[in-house]
Design a protein around this ligand. Structure first.
Ligand code: PHE
Length: 340
């Protein structure tokens, strides 16, 4: 016959969860003592059954409660011990972890932003996805014009308030309308970010690249301002005496339009030999069309004029750091990324 005091005594002496489990199986488990004793009650008279049954089940409850308390205590102790073992040992010698690293493109872009700030231009950025209106019409490109095709790139399924699909901006000019409306005129702003294009990828072309666009609108702005700002910016950005060439060229929707090239040389770092030297286009410049100003509620008849130009940051990085292929800048190769 089970003795309550004895079992409680045993229970309080148990110090591991395994032992506790054994005890539980033997005393309270399906096949064991209490269950058996309860089954045997069947042979007794009804009065006896009542008395013994009552005693047995109150004993079972007491033991079950005590068991649960004991289990909780041992479990907590076990968890605490585990936590204590796994606690970080702050006395261990430390190792340097490379948490982050600027990509070369970010480094160059930030330098360009510094130059822009020093020339009292503000730096603005906005969303990757823009409406067709912002990307095309606001800067005077009719959506149906074939020239939009060379810009056609990634459309999203989300639609703008005109019910047209948003597009990943194909040029930072897609932000012109936004900044002109936000700051109005006069304005000196740079818009430096990624753009996405439908391109055949090669050593000097990529489907995603960084434009660094300048927007300047004031009263009576002329090509004279235009050229002096570009020259200052270029000499600061290129950081060395490189040759520059400015060519008037044709681009639909704007007049005049200039393309600016610089010398792109590649010296083999091992041999020091010049392996390549050619002109590379890095900057495009134009007068802002009066229609673009009107789209931002600016009246060009009140002598507001402006110009814009953008630099291809990836190409500038290639020229500055003698990088043979601009795809290195974005392909995620850590050996390249960490070497700057
Ligand atoms: N920003 C465009 C580019 O990336 C050119 C452009 C200029 C488009 C003016 C429309 C109006 O080359």
């Amino acid at each position: 016959m089970l003795n309550l005091e004895e079992e409680l005594q045993k229970l309080s002496n148990i110090s591991t969860l395994d032992e506790l489990d054994n005890w539980h199986q033997a005393i309270l488990g399906k096949k064991w003592s209490i269950t058996e004793a309860l089954k045997n009650l069947g042979n007794l008279s009804p009065e006896e059954k009542k008395i013994q049954g009552g005693q047995l089940s109150s004993m079972k409850n007491t033991l079950q409660n005590e068991y649960q308390k004991h289990f909780d205590m041992l479990k907590t102790a076990e968890i605490n011990e585990q936590l204590w073992k796994e606690v970080i040992d702050i006395t261990l010698p430390w190792t340097e972890i490379d948490l982050w690293h600027f990509s070369l493109l970010t480094k160059v872009r930030r330098e360009l932003e510094e130059i822009a700030h020093s020339m009292w231009f503000i730096v603005e950025s906005w969303t990757d996805a823009v409406s067709k209106f912002e990307n095309f019409e606001a800067v005077n490109i009719p959506v149906s014009h074939p020239a939009t095709e060379m810009h056609d790139t990634i459309y999203l399924s989300e639609k703008d308030e005109r019910g047209e699909n948003y597009v990943l901006r194909t040029h930072t000019s897609a932000w012109q309308n936004y900044v002109l409306r936000k700051y109005w005129v006069p304005i000196k702003a740079v818009l430096p970010w990624r753009v996405y294009r439908f391109e055949n990828v090669d050593a000097t072309h990529d489907t995603m690249f960084y434009q660094f666009e300048w927007v300047y609108v004031d009263k009576n702005v002329s090509i004279w301002h235009f050229k002096s700002i570009i020259t200052r910016f270029l000499s600061a950005a290129l950081q060395k005496d490189v040759e520059i060439r400015m060519r008037p060229w044709y681009f639909p929707f704007v007049e005049p339009w200039f393309e600016i090239d610089t010398r792109y040389e590649y010296n083999n770092p091992k041999t020091g030999q010049k392996e390549m030297s050619k002109w590379m286009e890095i900057l495009w410049a134009w007068m802002i069309h009066p229609e673009v100003l009107r789209n931002a509620w600016i009246n060009p008849d009140e002598w507001w004029t402006g110009f814009a130009f953008w630099m291809w940051v990836n190409r500038l990085a290639a020229v500055r750091y003698w990088i043979k292929d601009i795809r290195y800048l974005t392909n995620g190769d850590l050996r390249f990324a960490k070497s700057w």
